[in-house]
Write a protein that binds this ligand. Structure first.
Ligand code: C2O
Ligand code: CU
Ligand code: CU
Length: 508
């Protein structure tokens, strides 16, 4: 089953020609979206996706795929490039700004950008039907309606999303608003983005994707090098004061059970869709692929010279006996299964400074949904996620580009209760998989759930992705306002989505 060409991910001409073969229809229709002349943007950016090289290890640079960007109009700090990283620039905007983004595809493959977590019109959401071929540009125009928070962007070509994100294509999309600004949270160099991703590198420092073929597709791609902002062995020097840590799990498949190494509880202040009502203390926080949390991290009680780690603790899906620490291996995947413990990053308290801030006890106003708020409170829509015969299924159906089933049609302005179930266990899967379920276009609230890692979930705020461990189910409520059209919902283990665990819902 081992395929040498697959193994040499993105390296050399042979692999590059392999990447060209992704037979998706090219849509020119997508371009029509940019013809709206009445839209006058406050912010105009260009983003380009291109093959590139990054020095990650000593010796040979690593070939990656990367977003680069430029500010055409608006605050020049609206784009922030991370040093020596394959990640795309951090986009910073304010709520209610009108944004125009020109996406130029210079990859040897079709692609499209999706704004993960953003509430945008269907035509601006980066649906896989809107992929553009090499050399073309797609122009996005939308008003930023979301509240302040840590969102992100990544490619969404069907069947290739896992591959393209793994290659380096992802970036943060940070939104600020008036409610957040009043809090005077740690800002600038005290506001630190941390994108967590695992990668497998070969001896030539090149990324390896799905070295064991179908087995890796089933588990989702797992690497043995834990990268933070694109760097393995990430270290952070801090001073004795409070920081805002914005954490994105940008991994294809890895789940993190985050904790401080010295047992100090985590102080969580935000989730996928922005600030919580009030800070929540957690012994540990579980973060599935695509989920975000923000931490208030106060180092003022530590002496200068103190070192500390953010770790991921053991949890059950680890294959017993293989739950060892990260090692830089040949094929990676087997040395660090999901659930194995490892260090995420090291913190060194380097300088003494006097803290001037204290943690606000009220962060934001969130109107909590109750089950009765849903129009279908007595008849929740049921969605069952499971793998079968090497295919990802939702209610027994696999992804078709434009297909919408009867139970996937939603009325505009309705408030709905959805019950999401991970039924791998019920389907008798040999190795039941977690399924982090993500809805495009909407933030929702988790109103009820049953599951194993329960005390690590942060369900108090707005979410766009909810992790379901094998056998677990969750009930969510949201209202489908503003935009009609076709939106995706899918498992955010990217290989599961690529294997068809993805469907459309249609708002009419
Ligand atoms: Cu991160 Cu279809 O989404
Ligand atoms: Cu999304
Ligand atoms: Cu899945």
């Amino acid at each position: 089953m081992f395929n040498r060409r697959q193994f040499l991910y993105l390296a050399g001409a042979g692999a590059a020609s392999l990447l060209n073969m992704n037979g998706f229809p090219f849509t020119k229709a997508a371009m029509a979206a940019s013809k709206n002349t009445e839209f006058s943007p406050d912010v105009e950016l260009s983003l380009r996706a291109t093959p590139s090289e990054v020095q990650i290890f000593p010796g040979q640079p690593t070939t990656v795929w990367q977003y680069t960007g430029q500010v055409i109009k608006g605050d020049p700090n609206g784009l922030m490039h991370l040093d020596q990283s394959y990640l795309g620039p951090i986009i910073r905007v304010r709520q209610h700004q009108k944004v125009r983004i020109h996406f130029k595809n210079d990859l040897p493959a079709t692609s499209i950008i999706h704004w993960h977590g953003l509430h945008v019109p269907a035509s601006m959401d980066g649906h896989p039907k809107d992929v553009i071929p090499t050399g073309e540009t797609f122009t996005y125009e939308f008003e930023v309606l979301n509240r302040a928070g840590t969102y992100w962007y990544h490619p969404h070509p069907h069947g290739r999303t896992g591959h393209q994100v793994y290659g380096g294509l992802a970036g943060l999309f940070l939104i600020s608003d008036a409610e957040e600004e009043k809090l005077n949270l740690p800002a600038d160099q005290l506001d630190i983005p941390l994108v967590l991703q695992d990668r497998a590198f070969n001896r030539d420092n090149q990324l390896v994707y799905l070295p064991r073929g179908m087995h890796d597709s089933m588990t989702g791609m797992l690497g043995d090098s834990i990268c933070v902002n694109g760097r393995p062995d990430f270290k952070l020097a801090v001073s004795t004061r409070a920081y805002r840590l914005r954490i994105l799990n940008g991994s294809n498949s890895r789940i993190y059970k985050l904790a401080w190494s010295d047992g100090t509880p985590l102080t969580v202040i935000a989730t996928d869709g922005g600030l919580l009502e009030k800070p929540v203390e957690k012994k540990y926080a579980v973060l599935g692929p695509a989920e975000r949390i923000e931490l208030w991290a106060d180092f003022s009680q530590y002496p200068v010279g103190k070192s500390l780690e953010l770790v991921s603790k053991y949890f059950e899906p680890a294959i017993q006996g293989r739950a060892m620490g990260p090692r830089r291996g040949m094929t990676g995947a087997e040395t660090l299964p999901n659930g194995a413990p490892f260090s995420v990053l090291k913190i060194n308290v380097a300088t003494k400074e006097t803290e001037t801030r204290s943690l606000p006890q009220k962060l934001s106003a969130i109107e909590r949904y109750q089950r009765q708020d849903a129009d279908n409170a007595e008849h929740p829509r049921q969605f069952s996620f499971f793998m079968r015969h090497m295919r990802g299924l939702i209610n027994g159906r696999t992804f078709r580009m434009q297909e919408v089933a009867d139970d996937e049609r939603i009325r505009l302005n309705s408030t709905e209760l959805w019950e999401l179930a991970n039924d791998d266990r019920r389907m008798g899967m040999m190795m039941p998989m977690p399924h982090p379920v993500h809805l495009h276009g909407k933030q929702f609230q988790v109103i009820e759930r049953r599951g194993a890692l329960h005390s690590g979930y942060v369900d108090e705020g707005w979410k766009d992705t909810v992790l379901l461990m094998p056998g677990e189910r969750a009930r969510i409520v949201t209202n489908f306002t503003d935009y009609k059209g076709l939106f995706l919902y899918h498992c955010h283990i990217l290989e599961h989505g690529d294997m068809g665990m993805m469907r459309n819902y249609l708002i009419t």
